[in-house]
Design a protein around this ligand. Structure first.
Ligand SMILES: Cc1ncc(COP(=O)(O)O)c(C=O)c1O
Length: 404
């Protein structure tokens, strides 16, 4: 008889020699906070989740049926690393406009934009390579780039987004490999980069030949104000754009895309291959069958009405319940807004008090690549329904009033 294995597994694994990156990449704080905020009766503004009751369940069910009926076995087969041609062709047409022509050869389908960020890391970054980014910036990008041991040079923001007049000096001094920006309704602040600043940024990127990563998951979720031309439209080949169906159909599908000049797409394709060979074939067909009928446009209109209402309610309630000294952004779109508390308060210390009062948020500090932001926090307004938003903001207001 084989004797049972009695070794203590913790002892075994704790002495394994891991790669440097395994120690560098910390747990994503948002995922940790999501665990706390799942306590019963807690109203959470912490995640970045779309509203589950708005998922187009019936249309996705019908699209799944059409995938089998119209495409059969190939929908369950290995497929091209670049992505299925039908979806790439559809995207090329949708992304193209009078001012920007995108071809199918310039599109790589990815497993979420998060994988797009990882592939960008694989292609551009290594130990000590510099990323120039907004301050604060998307935490998931930092997590993806940290695995490649990137370093960060940050550019401050105001209500027009990245302050481009800081950029040239930083490019000259630190020679970044890429400029990373979330120009539309930024995660975490909700701020949009103004049109003038977009032109300035593109001009600098061209002058020093540094590619801009235009990470754009929220561009289609505008609730007020005028559309601003995208960095990709303004900058063309100097810009690599990431787009995703996560916030406009469903994040669980994990279907997104990366758009770049066709001379570099092959490099992205090669470096993506090692991670997953290709993005989920079936899910790509499901998305294709959903969008080709025009269902996306109808669905987007519904999302915009609903998210605009939630944003408006959140802002109204904040105006009613927050004490003086608490500042917040009023985003024209997206899923998030940003709060700045008086300097003396720490959003991290307040979190446990907020959770005790049945409301959760994400402290802002992890979004700052070079430290700072202890008195800031991010709130999501898409996931909770209006009634919960009203109650949650009232609870948060009480916590603020008690500690200010
Ligand atoms: C700025 C930004 N980039 C990328 C992502 C990742 O999105 P996906 O679900 O497509 O991986 C998110 C998700 O919240 C995001 O906010």
């Amino acid at each position: 008889m084989v004797p049972p294995i009695t070794n203590d597994i913790e002892n075994i694994v704790s002495s394994w020699q891991l790669a440097e990156r395994a120690y560098l990449v910390k747990a994503n704080i948002i995922r940790e906070i999501l665990k706390i905020s799942q306590r019963p009766n807690t109203i959470s503004f912490a995640g970045g989740l779309p509203a589950p009751e708005l998922f187009p369940l019936e249309q996705i069910k019908a699209a799944c049926g059409r995938v089998i009926d119209n495409h059969g076995a190939p929908a369950l087969q290995y497929s091209l690393s670049l992505g299925i041609p039908l979806l790439r062709k559809w995207l090329a047409k949708r992304l193209s406009s009078e001012k920007l022509l995108i071809s199918e050869e310039e599109i790589l389908i990815t497993s979420g934009s998060q994988q797009g960020l990882d592939v960008i890391g694989r292609v551009f970054l290594e130990k000590g390579a510099v990323v120039l980014c907004e301050n604060p910036t998307y935490l998931g990008a930092l997590q993806a780039f940290n695995a490649y041991q990137a370093e960060y040079v940050t550019v401050d923001m105001d209500d027009e987004g990245m302050i481009t007049k800081q950029v040239e000096e930083k490019i000259k001094k630190y020679k970044p490999r890429i400029i990373y920006s979330v120009p539309n309704f930024q995660n975490p602040t909700g701020i949009t980069l103004s049109e003038n600043r977009r032109f300035e940024l593109v001009e600098l990127a061209r002058k020093y030949n540094v590619p801009i990563i235009d990470d754009n998951p929220y561009g289609e979720l505008r609730y007020e104000g005028k559309d601003v031309p995208s960095l990709k439209t303004i900058g063309g080949d100097i810009v690599i754009q990431l787009g995703t169906f996560s916030k406009i159909i469903s994040p669980g599908l994990r279907i997104a895309w990366l758009t770049a000049n066709k001379d570099i797409i092959g490099t992205f394709e090669r470096l993506k291959q090692g991670t997953d060979l290709h993005t989920n074939t079936f899910a790509q067909y499901v998305v294709y069958e959903f969008v080709r009928t025009g269902a996306l446009e109808t669905h987007l209109r519904k999302l915009i009405v609903s998210y605009a209402e939630r944003r408006n309610i959140m802002i109204e309630e904040m105006e009613k319940h927050f004490p003086e000294g608490v500042k917040f952004t009023r985003p024209e779109g997206g899923l998030f807004l940003w709060i700045e508390l008086p300097e003396k308060l720490s959003a991290t210390d307040l979190l446990s008090k907020a959770v005790d009062n049945g409301v959760a948020y994400v402290p802002g500090y992890p979004f700052f690549a070079q430290g700072g932001g202890h008195n800031t926090m991010r709130l999501n307004f898409s996931n909770a329904n209006p009634e919960k938003i009203r109650e949650g903001i009232k609870r948060l207001g009480k916590v603020f009033k008690k500690h200010i």
